[in-house]
Design a protein around this ligand. Structure first.
Ligand code: GLU
Length: 487
């Protein structure tokens, strides 16, 4: 198995998903997962993209075996293979100029034919070839593809595949234009076959956009006398409109997902689900190792896989919660501190607005309260805000506080709280009972006092469990002042 990314951009979700399937299949079969950096496009390849791709794979937990192969270092091998094809008559030089090829394609378009090379220089006589050379023409090298050939293979995802040589666009360019006594830069299909054969790749697992390349590559294996690998073409990742996911859909690169706060286990889990269905009973949340134990192509779908943000968010929330409250606290502390909140012990002599905010036990309770609804870690900042700073009342909260019975009920609650010994905090049952007493004393429904209390404490009618919110804010001494401020 191998992943063969081109470093012409950052690690794309499609490439990463291909990496996941390769990695899972390799691990399941005790095989090797190799990496080959396909950097032969000199203009578009950049070292920073290679770094981004390797780093992204490592971050996702998709460790490869051995040292990455750098394709551009193997060009002598690629040229030797081209020479072999020239010598065996499977390849030839084509001297058609760009202008001639453009004219050919325009004619094809005018007569509504599919664009293809018409193999015009396939059997040049030595005299005509000499004449072209004498003109100073340069040549590309083309590989013969006979129209009458049928290419078949058994694809691990798609079953029996059949392509007609006539549908491959005519004889294929395998080396760029160069003087006639040289071999120009070798091109993708040739290079991939030479490298996959040299690396003894047993299975090529890649996106279904490569199916036509597979047909061409099988002809190259045959001409070079090399054993072809088994192929598996994975379904495309689609956007919500059912079109191939592209840059226009916004976030598509692994580093973007990472910057948004998605965790590696959630993203790796999610990418596995993009095209693979776990066996019955496994559920949708699993680790890469758990998936590797049961992975096989019989459960990979042919149909495109629609990208589903809700599922990714759900998985990310699961992963966050699995980490446990203490780990979440450690991750949130720097984010909280960055808000200017005094959440760690301050040097002696520093005045802090509220020392409870730095109490780990209080922080853990806050996290236990917020965790069930977290999908991204950053939401643990947003949702914690009213626990560290006094919120302004939003419109819904103001409306609630203006409702009949709201203020008298809150006033009664404030009076009851003022009368209490602040050193013996209420527990949940006592707090619940107090709300009931206050409601009946004020002649309002319990719902009125609860909604009003939520409005006073959080400045909003939305938020986590009211009773726990209230207890936490009582512990930090902020409940009563907020109620009083509303009165
Ligand atoms: N460099 C090619 C790509 O990124 C590799 C395709 C393949 O796996 O053969 O699309």
């Amino acid at each position: 198995m191998r992943l063969a990314p081109s470093p012409t951009g950052t690690l794309h979700i499609g490439t990463a998903r291909t990496a996941v399937f390769n990695w899972l299949f390799a691990r399941h079969n005790n095989g090797q997962f190799l990496l080959r950096v396909e950097d032969t496009d000199k203009e578009r390849s950049k070292p920073e993209y290679t770094a981004n791709i390797l780093e992204g794979l490592q971050w996702l937990g998709l460790e490869w075996d051995g040292v990455p192969v750098i394709q551009s270092e193997r060009v002598a091998l690629h040229r030797a293979a081209i020479q072999q094809l020239l010598d065996s008559g499977h390849a030839y030089r084509c001297y058609a100029s760009e202008a001639e090829l453009t004219a050919m394609r325009e004619q094809q378009a005018a007569s509504k034919r599919a664009p293809r090379y018409d193999n015009r220089h396939r059997d040049l006589s030595p005299d005509r070839e000499q004449a072209f050379i004498a003109e100073g023409r340069e040549a590309v090298i083309r590989f013969r593809i006979d129209d009458g050939r049928t290419i078949t293979w058994t694809d691990l995802v798609r079953g029996t595949m059949r392509w007609s040589g006539g549908d491959l666009g005519g004889d294929m360019v395998i080396a760029r234009r160069a003087p006639a006594d040289q071999i120009g830069d070798p091109l993708y299909n040739l290079v991939v076959v030479v490298d996959d054969a040299a690396m003894a790749i047993s299975h090529v697992i890649r996106g279904e956009d490569h199916i036509a390349n597979t047909a061409k590559q099988l002809l190259l294996y045959e001409a070079l006398g090399a054993e072809p690998p088994v192929f598996a073409h994975t379904p495309l990742i689609l956007n919500k409109d059912g079109k191939k996911l592209s840059k226009r859909d916004g976030v598509t690169s692994i580093s973007d997902f990472r910057a948004m706060g998605y965790t590696a286990p959630a993203l790796a889990n999610y990418m596995t689900l993009l095209g693979w269905s776990p066996p019955e009973g496994m559920g949708e949340r699993f680790s890469l190792d758990e998936a590797a134990a049961v992975f096989g192509f019989e459960r990979v779908n042919k149909a495109g896989a629609r990208f589903d943000w809700d599922k990714l968010n759900w998985l990310n929330g699961q992963v966050l919660r699995e980490q446990g409250a203490e780990s979440l606290r450690e991750q949130l502390l720097p984010l909280w501190a960055a808000q200017g909140w005094a959440v760690t012990a301050q040097p002696a002599g520093t005045t802090v607005s509220n020392p409870v905010h730095a109490d780990p036990a209080w922080q853990l309770e806050l996290i236990a309260l917020l965790a069930p609804s977290l999908t991204l870690l950053a939401e643990g900042v947003e949702q914690a805000t009213p626990f560290f700073t006094t919120p302004a009342l939003n419109e819904a909260a103001q409306t609630q506080l203006a409702a009949e019975g709201a203020r008298p009920a809150l006033a009664a609650l404030a009076a009851a709280l003022e009368a209490r010994d602040p050193d013996t905090p209420l527990d949940g049952d006592q707090a619940q009972a107090l709300l009931g007493e206050v409601a009946s004393g004020a002649g309002v429904k319990k719902g009125v006092i609860m909604k009003s209390l939520r409005a006073a404490l959080l400045g909003s009618l939305q938020g986590p469990d009211l009773l726990s919110t209230w207890l936490l804010l009582m512990r930090s001494g902020e409940a009563l002042p907020r109620i009083q401020a509303c009165l």
